[in-house]
Each structure stands twice: as structure tokens, then as C-alpha cells.
Write a protein that binds this ligand. Structure first.
Ligand SMILES: *[C@@H]1O[C@H](CO)[C@@H](O)[C@H](O)[C@H]1NC(C)=O
Ligand SMILES: *[C@@H]1O[C@H](CO)[C@@H](O)[C@H](O)[C@H]1NC(C)=O
Ligand SMILES: *[C@@H]1O[C@H](CO)[C@@H](O)[C@H](O)[C@H]1NC(C)=O
Ligand SMILES: *[C@@H]1O[C@H](CO)[C@@H](O)[C@H](O)[C@H]1NC(C)=O
Ligand SMILES: *[C@@H]1O[C@H](CO)[C@@H](O)[C@H](O)[C@H]1NC(C)=O
Ligand SMILES: *[C@@H]1O[C@H](CO)[C@@H](O)[C@H](O)[C@H]1NC(C)=O
Ligand SMILES: *[C@@H]1O[C@H](CO)[C@@H](O)[C@H](O)[C@H]1NC(C)=O
Length: 477
């Protein structure tokens, strides 16, 4: 073949989203995988996304998406057999009144003192987050709703406004306050949960903070270290549990895993180790590299997207950090190295030219990124309540984790980072009772596609091939 033709072939392969480079070496590379179901780790919550800052309105028509496609986009995200997401993270708005790009507060008029009056207003809309939650629940009745505030209303803070950081009035270090507003803020957060309850929606997790280690000034934000978190959580925790005995309380959505661990150390030093139920963190400023110091409580990654690049729908073309294959690696590392129970992408669906959303909207058209297929490769099979169990690979560039569902079925997502296939021998131990392994392939040509079934041998062993630069999820039943 002439050089020029070869170049054209490569170019068109890229254009079609085909695998960039793969090899068929003339020897077979093998990896041994062993699963030990008797070794139990964290319980999974799932994957998710958010419609905060009015972005949910884009998913529900504000940029031209038709009602039929509003349903379709939401189904693609949350249907157990498509995107398989289970978490919606809603922003408990702090903006007085309706301002485009902000989330309206349920307390439009902030009273002058903590004595009130508190005239809460429920518009049955919540800047389109109610519709997002309701529609997600249609396609997944068990959606885990995380209601999380970026800031307290301005009157409850040292800076007097939702922007510009500041502290909750009443925590150590706060000044310039008209009183101790901690109980008022706790009541306000619980009131938001009550409004959702009125709509028949259970909020599973309640959070008072977003990135309290970081002060962006220009949008709703509020600061706190772990000591100050103790001072507020000692009010919020009993208030939330008295109103909703089943609700979980979050701490504290720091910008990175390391930043979150630091807040948790301080919280514990201050005597607040039991004032939360889920350690929540974002993956922006540092990676999950080790177990969390969460006093035995679960941890959840509650927000991340690259945010710096152009829209990228690819699985594996350039190795750019928004590609689907990379997201599979991020999730693997969090679940295995940090016992993380779930992973929440930043926006769900957005009219954007950037890489912040799982689905890009353009008038009535929508485009699904391969990041969603990375989530689906895990969470269509490891459903909420699944327990991660022991899993090991003999090859450094073949990654494995395993999850036993409540009904005993097992999900085994395997990642092959190599540009050549591996022959896998999978050994099942620790009491797995399954007779068939069904393989689902995710790579440049497949979106979690069922590609074969293998009987599991008497000794709990089966053989399979994993394609280059792929995730192959084996579902054992
Ligand atoms: C296998 O590949 C090596 C390196 O490319 C080459 O030298 C060798 O001839 C090949 N062997 C066969 C049997 O094709
Ligand atoms: C959608 O996004 C495009 C490109 O960023 C922008 O020009 C347009 O104004 C957006 N449309 C709406 C209705 O926000
Ligand atoms: C919710 O409010 C937004 C404005 O924030 C509006 O565009 C939208 O139509 C409302 N949705 C419903 C279902 O009323
Ligand atoms: C003190 O509070 C007032 C009113 O809430 C606000 O305008 C002012 O900026 C605050 N001062 C500081 C230093 O934050
Ligand atoms: C709490 O959860 C349990 C178990 O799911 C349920 O039976 C009970 O009704 C819930 N209680 C409340 C107050 O929602
Ligand atoms: C896989 O999903 C992508 C969007 O992520 C889409 O463009 C492509 O057509 C899908 N391929 C298959 C085989 O379904
Ligand atoms: C077991 O649970 C998994 C995950 O929810 C589900 O896909 C599967 O159909 C269930 N199997 C049986 C036999 O109930």
C-alpha cells in the first residue's frame, strides 16, 4: 500500500472513532485473574451526575430539546440497561429570587436575625432539578438523591452574601454576625428535604457544603475547615436525624481526596468523627490513592469532570483525560485504592462545546460521550447494594475489580490498558455460585455490548479474551 493511502486509512479510522493503534502479536499474552468473594470491602451506591446551576433546565427544554428527547436523554443516563446511573446530585440553592445560572433559594427573603421569620417558598420546580429527579426516577425508581448546598443563604454567613466564601455564623472563627445561625441553617436544609418528601421523593443524602476548602468568590460558596464543620454538624446531624431517621449526612465535598482527608482528620480531632455518614469528595485537586480516614463510614466521589477541554465523546483516541477509557481507570482506582462507593460526574446533559457533561445538547440533538459507557460498564452490573470483593490480576496493565450483588450475581469489570489482547483465565473463589459468564465489551466500537457467554467450569474457572484498550465486564449468574 502506498504511503499516502495508508495515511488516509489512519485518518479515516480516527474519524470513525476506531481504535487508534492495536497489535496482534504472534505470541499470546496471558493474565490470571482471581476473585475471592470471601474478602469483602465497601458497599456500592453507583454512578451519577448533576443538573446544578440551572443546567437541568437545558435537559428539560430551555435550549430546544423536545419533550420526547428530554425523556430519551434522561433514559439514556438512568435506565438500568443503558447508562445505569443511580445518583442525582441536586444543588440546594442559595440565591434570593430566580437568576439565570443560579439556583433559587427556598428562603427568598432572608430574615434579619436567627429568630426569623422563615417564610419558605416551594415553587415545585427547584430550577428544573425537581423535573430532573422525577424523570430520573421514572427510569430508575431507586435513584439515590444527594441534596447538597453550595452555600447557606447570605444572612446566615459572615460575608452577608451567598458568594465570596465566608463562614456559617456561629462556628469558631466567625465574626461580623447578627447571631448564631447554625440551627437556622440546619432547619433550612431539612426544610428542603421536606419539600422533596411532599413530592414523594426521598432524599438519601444531605450535604451542607461544596468545596469548603476553596473560595472561588464569583459563585455560591462557603468555607469551612474540619473544626468549623464539627461546630455545624453537631447541630445538623441531630436535626436531620430527628426529622428523617433514615437520611444520611454528608461531609464535606472537598475539592480533592487529599483535601477531604484533611478535613476528616480535623473533624475527628475536634470530636466530630460520628457527625456524618458519608465522606463526600471531589476529584479535582487530588486523586484517591489510599483508603479514607472516614471512621469506617463509606466515601463517595460526588463531583468531577475535566472541564478544560473541548467536547470529547471518544472512548480511546488521543488518551485525553475526558475519554471514556480514562474514566474507567479513574473509577477502578477509586473503588480499589480508596474503597469508594460511587462516582458522580459533574453535569448530566448540557448545551456545551466543552467536556463538562456526559451528554452534549445542541437544540434538539444530543450526543452521548463514551464517559457514560465507562460508568455503564461498572454500574449496569454492580448495582446499588453490591459489595466489592477481592480481585487480583497477574498483569500490571490488566486491572480487575469484582462486586457481588444482593441476589448473588457477580460483576467483574476488567480493564486492558495494553494495545494488544490478553488471554484471561479467571478463577472464582470464596463461594461464588454461578454457572455462566456473560461478557459485555466497551471499546471504540462497542458500548457495553454483549459479545458472548461462557460456561463456568466445575472448579470455578473460565477462559476469555479481552480486547485491546477495552473494558470487558463479566456478569456471572
Ligand atoms: C514473531 O514476531 C517477531 C518479532 O516481530 C518476528 O521476529 C518473528 O519472526 C515472528 N514469528 C513468527 C512465527 O511469525
Ligand atoms: C448553546 O451553546 C452555544 C455554544 O456554546 C451558545 O452559542 C448558545 O447560546 C447556547 N444556547 C442557549 C439557548 O443557551
Ligand atoms: C422551572 O423553572 C424554569 C426557570 O427556572 C422554567 O424555565 C421551567 O419551565 C420550569 N419548569 C416547569 C416544569 O415548570
Ligand atoms: C459584614 O456583614 C455585612 C452585612 O451582612 C457585609 O455587607 C459586610 O461585607 C461584612 N463584612 C465582612 C468583612 O465580611
Ligand atoms: C426507614 O427505612 C426503613 C427500611 O427501608 C423503612 O421501613 C422505614 O419506613 C423508613 N422510615 C422512614 C421514617 O422513612
Ligand atoms: C456508541 O456510542 C457512541 C456515542 O458514545 C455512538 O456514537 C456510537 O454510534 C455507538 N456505537 C454503537 C455500536 O452503538
Ligand atoms: C440479580 O441482580 C442483578 C443486578 O440487579 C440483575 O441484573 C439480575 O437480573 C438479578 N438476577 C436474578 C436472577 O434475579
Amino acid at each position: 500500500m502506498k504511503r499516502a493511502n495508508m495515511r488516509n486509512l489512519v485518518v479515516s479510522a480516527f474519524a470513525a472513532g476506531a481504535s487508534a493503534w492495536t497489535y496482534a502479536p504472534n505470541i499470546t499474552y496471558s493474565a490470571a485473574i482471581s476473585i475471592d468473594a470471601s474478602q469483602k470491602y465497601q458497599t456500592m451506591i453507583g454512578g451519577g451526575c448533576s443538573g446544578a446551576f440551572g443546567i437541568a433546565c437545558q435537559q428539560f427544554g430551555s435550549v430546544g430539546l423536545s419533550p420526547a428527547n428530554q425523556e430519551m436523554v434522561t433514559q439514556v443516563l438512568f435506565d438500568e440497561n443503558i447508562g445505569g446511573l443511580t445518583i442525582v446530585r441536586n444543588d440546594i440553592g442559595s440565591t434570593p429570587g430566580h437568576v439565570r445560572g443560579d439556583v433559587a433559594s427556598i428562603l427568598p427573603v432572608c430574615p434579619p436575625t436567627p429568630e426569623g421569620p422563615f417564610n419558605y417558598v416551594w415553587d415545585r420546580n427547584d430550577t428544573c432539578q425537581l423535573q430532573l429527579t422525577q424523570t430520573a426516577l421514572k427510569y430508575n425508581p431507586n435513584v439515590y438523591v444527594y441534596a447538597d448546598a453550595w452555600s447557606a443563604p447570605g444572612c446566615m454567613k459572615t460575608v452577608g452574601t451567598e458568594d465570596e466564601g465566608g463562614l456559617i455564623c456561629g462556628v469558631r472563627g466567625s465574626s461580623n454576625c447578627s447571631g448564631d445561625w447554625r440551627q437556622a441553617y440546619a432547619d433550612y436544609l431539612v426544610q428542603y428535604v421536606k419539600f422533596y418528601e411532599q413530592e414523594g421523593i426521598e432524599v438519601s443524602l444531605l450535604g451542607a457544603y461544596n468545596e469548603p476548602d476553596f473560595n472561588p468568590v464569583t459563585y455560591a460558596c462557603m468555607e469551612s475547615d474540619g473544626y468549623q464543620a464539627k461546630d455545624f454538624l453537631e447541630i445538623l446531624y441531630p436535626t436531620a436525624k430527628a426529622a428523617f431517621p433514615n437520611i444520611s449526612v454528608a461531609c464535606c465535598d472537598a475539592t480533592g481526596a487529599r483535601q477531604e482527608r484533611n478535613i476528616l482528620y480535623e473533624l475527628q480531632q475536634a470530636g466530630g468523627a460520628d457527625l456524618f455518614d458519608v465522606a463526600t469528595w471531589h476529584n479535582y485537586q487530588s486523586n484517591p490513592e489510599r483508603p479514607f480516614n472516614s471512621n469506617g463510614k463509606p466515601n463517595l466521589m460526588t463531583e468531577w469532570a475535566d472541564g478544560s477541554g473541548p467536547w470529547n465523546a471518544n472512548w480511546d483516541v488521543s488518551g485525553q483525560l475526558a475519554e471514556g477509557f480514562q474514566w474507567a481507570m479513574y473509577m477502578h482506582n477509586a473503588f480499589v485504592n480508596s474503597d469508594t462507593s460511587g462516582y458522580t460526574h459533574w453535569w448530566c446533559a448540557q448545551n456545551t462545546t466543552g467536556d463538562n457533561a456526559l451528554i452534549r445538547l445542541d437544540y434538539d440533538a444530543y450526543f452521548v460521550s463514551a464517559r457514560l459507557w465507562a460508568f455503564a460498564a461498572y454500574f449496569r452490573f454492580a448495582r446499588p447494594g453490591a459489595v466489592r470483593v477481592g480481585a487480583a490480576s497477574s498483569a500490571e496493565n490488566v486491572y480487575v475489580s469484582a462486586y457481588v450483588n444482593a441476589n448473588g450475581t457477580v460483576a467483574v469489570p476488567v480493564i486492558n490498558e495494553a494495545h494488544f489482547p490478553y488471554q484471561l483465565t479467571v478463577h472464582l473463589g470464596g463461594g461464588i455460585d454461578a454457572s455462566t459468564a456473560t461478557a459485555y465489551l466497551t471499546d471504540n466500537q462497542h458500548n457495553v455490548t454483549m459479545v458472548g457467554q461462557t460456561p463456568i467450569g466445575g472448579g470455578g474457572v473460565f477462559e476469555a479474551t479481552i480486547e485491546p484498550r477495552a473494558v470487558k465486564t463479566f456478569f456471572l449468574s
